[in-house]
Design a protein around this ligand. Structure first.
Ligand code: SF4
Ligand code: ZN
Length: 342
């Protein structure tokens, strides 16, 4: 099944010289927590999202109404950089699309942005998100030609979502294959660039247990091709197929216990890999949740684990709803596609 665009998509008007979002936080770098800055550029948006789009993605609502000029993009970066501190070591770049798509960010703008990052003086690593089809040796070489001058490491981040091509196509409509991801990761590795993979826990049309099993097999398949794996917990975004399903009670976001369980197993199996999870909208009806009583605490445990990689953190939380989650895992496969507990 493929997605037809939801007619209720709500696109906001946005000044071209303002980033969509920017925030400071903490991330792991070389095994230690450091200050990070995340910027989401406002560009013309993801070409895939403008067409068929992914079933869970509402980012097309964040894209610009007209094409930002190179100067607009630089102005967006300057506004974002003003939030950095002298300790900001990690810079994460998103565009609600692909940093390497020329239609979103031209080669000239990309080069100028990278030079400005270098001139900040504090940044040690840049992570930029892109779809795999835009990862070429030329673009990586152009990027490294700038960043190497400032001794800054580079990582590409790709939304692989799952290693299962059937689930990626039929449940997510992502528009690329696992082999495409592997090819991009290998191209990056050839130039010394590392890969971060985003996996999606519980796209639509999967029971809780199928979703957990999909993440565990995806992690095993992805480990040879990524040094960091980020577990994204699906949430309900405006104007998406997932929202339509959710409105008809045909979709429930994942349990936070599922993420705890996946990260525990994954870290035990692959201690050398960095596993992250920052659950968006946790505890709300449209976000990943447990029983509501423990949501805040369990979501914080996932964030604490992401910064420490300490398995004990994941064992240090409990709630009476844990046994309910175990029952859901056992029985939901027999519920003919309905979820058992809201
Ligand atoms: S999830 Fe990524 S690839 Fe899919 S439509 Fe959204 S921005 Fe584009
Ligand atoms: Zn609970």
């Amino acid at each position: 099944m493929t997605q037809t665009k939801n007619p209720t998509t709500k696109k906001k008007t946005h000044p071209l010289n303002m980033p969509t979002a920017v925030w400071t936080g903490h991330d792991l770098l070389g095994g230690k927590p450091v200050d990070s800055l995340t910027i989401i550029f406002c560009t013309t948006g993801c070409y895939w999202g403008m067409g068929e789009g992914c079933t869970m993605c509402g980012y097309v609502n964040d894209s610009a109404d007209s094409t930002p000029s190179d100067d607009d993009l630089l102005a967006q970066f300057d506004r974002a950089a003003s939030k950095s501190t002298p300790q900001t070591s990690l810079l994460k770049i998103f565009t609600s699309g692909s940093f390497f798509d020329e239609h979103e960010i031209s080669t000239q703008a990309r080069t100028r942005i990278l030079e400005t990052i270098g001139e900040m003086g504090s940044v040690k690593k840049v992570v930029a998100e892109t779809r795999p089809e835009f990862v070429t040796e030329k673009k990586l070489a152009d990027t490294l030609a700038v960043l190497d001058r400032y001794d800054i490491r580079f990582e590409i981040a790709m939304g692989l979502e799952t290693s299962n091509d059937t689930i990626r196509k039929d449940c997510i409509n992502k528009g690329f294959t696992f082999d495409d991801f592997v090819r991009a990761s290998q191209t990056a590795a050839k130039t010394g660039v590392s890969t971060k993979a985003y996996l999606l826990l519980k796209p639509p049309f999967l029971s809780e247990k199928m979703a957990v099993d999909d993440m565990l097999s995806s992690i095993s398949d992805t480990v040879p091709h990524a040094s960091t794996i980020s577990l994204n917990l699906c949430n309900v975004q405006n104007g998406t197929l997932v929202e339509e399903l959710h409105n008809h009670r045909d979709y429930r976001p994942p349990w936070l216990w599922s993420a705890v369980s996946i990260l525990k197993t994954a870290k035990e199996m692959f201690p050398h890999i960095t596993f992250m999870s920052d659950p968006v909208a946790a505890g709300s009806n449209r976000g990943p949740h447990n029983c509501r009583e423990c949501d805040k605490e369990v979501a914080q445990v996932l964030r604490d684990f992401s910064l420490s990689q300490d398995l004990d953190v994941l064992s240090d939380v409990d709630c009476q709803c844990y046994s309910l989650w175990e029952k859901v895992m056992e029985l939901e496969d027999n519920a003919y596609g309905s979820y058992l507990v809201k």
